[in-house]
Write a protein that binds this ligand. Sequence first.
Ligand SMILES: Cc1ncc(COP(=O)(O)O)c(C=O)c1O
Length: 463
Amino acid sequence: MALLDSEVSCNDDELDVAGATLQCSDMLGDNQVVSEVTLEELEIEEPPVDETEAAKKEAGISRLMAGYAQHLQQRSAYHLGYPLNLDYDFSLLAPFLNFSLNNAGDPFAKVNNSVHSRQFEVAVLHWFANFWEAQRDQYWGYITSGGTEGNLYGLLVGRELFPDGILYASCDSHYSVFKAAKMYRVKCIKIASTISGEMNYADLKSRLLQNTNSPAIINANIGTTFKGAVDDIDQIISTLEKCGFQNRYYIHCDGALSGMMMPFMKQAAKVSFKKPIGSISVSGHKFMGCPMPCGVVITRLEHTKVLSTDIEYIASKDSTITGSRNGHAPIFLWYTLSKKGYKGLLKEVQICLGNARYLELLLKQVGISASCTLLSNIVVFERPKDEKFVCRWQLACEGNLAHIVVMPNVTFEKITIFVEELAEKRRDWHQDKGFNIPCLAIDIGKENCYCNLHAKKLRIPKM
Ligand SMILES: Cc1ncc(COP(=O)(O)O)c(C=O)c1O
C-alpha cells in the first residue's frame, strides 16, 4: 500500500500517478492519511505455491482492500457533482453477496431456477406502478441496469409501436436518448431548450408541424441531467394534439433522478399513467441510493406485446434489453423503500430542495453566479477556475458551468464548508491570475449572473 503525500488524483484512471493525502476539515472526516493503491500493486499475479508466501499475499490483499475502502469512504465525503445518494447503510444485506442472484427474463414469468429475487423485483415494480398511478393489472416493467437502459427500453417500445416515427428530444436530454436514436436508426430532431433547460414548446410545435406525416416519439425530461429542468408533460401533450398527432404519438418520460422526486412536490405537474404517456424510467442508485447501478422502467402492459418473445432456454419471455439481470438490486431497492416509505422519502425530498436553495443563496452571497430551478435539487454555478478544486469536490462541469446535485448526503454543513472553501480559493485565483468574473447571463439568465456588468443591478439575497 503506497502512502503518498501528493495532490488528489482526479479519477481512478490516474491511480498509477499518485496516491493522495487530503487536508480538510474534521467535519468531513479528514486530517487522516488516506492511502490509495497504485496500478503496479494491482497487477494480477498467480498465488504463490509456498504456504508462507501465500499467507503473506493473502494478508497483503486484505490490507489493500481495507485501504481502498478507506480511500473510497474519504472520496465519497467529497462527492458533490453527480446524482448519487450516498446516505445509506446496507450492512444487513451483506449475506446476499454470497448468492448468485440473476433475474434474467420477464420478472412476472415463472422460471425453472429458484436462485433469484423476482419476488422482491415484482414488489418494487408494484410500488412504482402505484407511485406513477398505473393500474396494477395494466402495467409491465422491470428492474434495469440504470436510467440508460430504461431510456433504451422506453424509446424502443415507442419505435416498435411507431416504426416510422421521429424522435423529438430537447437539447438538454441525456446522451443515452441520442444513443437510442442512433442504435435504433430513428430520425431524431433536437428541440431547443430555454435558459432553464426546459424544452421550448414553440420549437417543438414548429418541428412537429414540419413533420406531420410521421408519428412522434417524444422524450420528456423529468429532470435534465445538468440543470434539473422538468419538461411539462401537459404542454407536450397539448402541443401534440393541437398539431394533429392524436393517437400517433408515444411519450417516454426520462425521470432518471427526478422521476423519484416529482410526485413528492406539491407544485409539480403530475407524472402519471393517467395521462397518455407510454413509459417512465428512473435510476435506482440516484435519489433512492443503491451501491450498484440500477433502475426501474414501467410501461403499459398492452405495449409489451411488441417486444416479447418466448425463450425455451430460460423458460421465460425475453422482453428486457439485457439478458442476465442483477438480482441483488431488487433486494436493495425493496429494503430502501420498505425502510423509508413515502414519509421518509418525502422528508428527504424536502430537505434536498431546501439545501439546494441554501447552496444557491450562499453562492450568491459570496458573489458567485448561481441558479437553481424551482423543482430541482441541482444548483448550477460559475465553473471553478482550478481543475484541482473541481476534482477535489468531484464537481460535474459543462462549458462555463459546474453543478452540484444536492442529495441526502450533501448536508447543510458540507455545503457551508464547500462554499467557504470556494470563496477563499476564488479570492486567490482572482489575485494571482488577474481573473475576470465570467458573464453567465446566457447560461443561467442575467438575474442570476454576478459578473461586473450584471451584479450592479442585483441585490445580494438574504437567507
Ligand atoms: C436525465 C438522465 N437520464 C438518464 C441518465 C442515465 O442514467 P444512468 O446513469 O442510471 O444510466 C441520467 C444520468 O445522469 C440522467 O441524468
